[in-house]
Write a protein that binds this ligand. Sequence first.
Ligand code: A3P
Length: 293
Amino acid sequence: KKNEKTSPEDLLFSYDGILYPAAFSSPETLEALKSFETRSSDVILAGYPKTGTNWLEQMVREIESTDAKYTEEEMKERINAEKELQMFPRLEFGDPGVFERMKKLPSRRIILTHLSPHLLPPSVLQGKAKILLLVRNPKDTAVSYYHFYNNMPVLPSFASWDEYFTAFMNGKLAWGSYFDHLMEWNRHIDHERMMMISYEELKENPVLGMKKIAAFFGFSLSEEEFSRIARKTSFQAMKEKSKETHGKFGDILFRKGVVGSWRDLFSEVQNEEMDQKFEECIGGTILATKIKY
Ligand code: A3P
């Protein structure tokens, strides 16, 4: 249940000009993050909120562990290390002590972040870790984030879609502007240890998408294994297990899982405004050709 009495100022805090949810992070955590050291075996998953990051994370975890063929003992060690962390590894989440606990995670660590490149600890882009960037079309991302904002007790609510739309266009949301995030990542797109994939291509052909991901990380799986993971990470399958995997946030995180649900909320004028902004920001780039909708 949303606590309407809590003011937005209490729910969000600003750090380096970007808003973050106080329930998930703190200025001290973001300060401590600066000294975070990557390992060359780290798998960094980057994406603006609501681009399907939990889905990608699940897929990559399945692909990685299938490739690694961990023994029972190793599996136990991995599960225990995550229990100590008390969450799936994320860069800008948790208390400031989280980074010390992350040092104890066995390789290969799979770490998610919604941060833009300039907010990342230097070792992410300068080190040898591989980065997989997830992108999703701006309209579905906006709609998904709207429902998330209005359903998550730890985020402030918007009185109307129109009011929210203005905030999205102006980047006045947690983790800042969708467009700035995308434009900034686009400058790193030729980085040899970076690859991008879109929500839309994963939806259209999950097995093909996973094969590209596996090739990038050097993971080797059979056809049958890819099909099994595609079934296990389908929207329906993940939604059914969401209570177990994501607790009380499960129902909010796994909403519709489709391409095109923006049509329910966008007015014609908003649609044109978004198209124009998208074109201005990243029109003509390779990234733009990836984002079809
Ligand atoms: P919708 O709100 O459009 O349904 P994130 O994980 O980055 O917060 O993104 C959440 C979005 O990914 C939600 O979009 C959610 O439904 C969608 N999603 C989650 N799991 C999915 C899956 N297995 N297949 C497709 N979409 C999924």
